[in-house]
Design a binder for this molecule. Structure first.
Ligand code: SF4
Ligand code: SF4
Length: 68
């Protein structure tokens, strides 16, 4: 069976993340964890590149990038 690989994935600029958790709340895949209250981390294996997290981020620190 073929595996579907999303063309994009979310990338967080962790140095400017304010750890508000808004991205994690909207992610339909549960792919985001706010790490030790300091910044968010995306699980690449779960991210489908939908972009909801980037729309919600108040600090605009999430980009959707093409997967390598
Ligand atoms: S792009 Fe979509 S699936 Fe990926 S981390 Fe953001 S909200 Fe979750
Ligand atoms: S929404 Fe933006 S600022 Fe808030 S935890 Fe997610 S990446 Fe960080």
């Amino acid at each position: 069976m073929a595996t579907i690989t999303p063309k994009r994935h979310a990338v967080v600029d962790t140095s400017h993340c304010v750890a508000c958790g808004a991205c994690a709340e909207v992610c339909p895949r549960g792919a985001i964890t706010v790490w030790k209250g300091s910044y968010s981390v995306v699980d690449d294996g779960l991210c489908i590149g939908c972009g909801l997290c980037a729309k919600e981020c108040p600090a605009s620190v999430i980009r959707l990038e093409a997967r390598p």
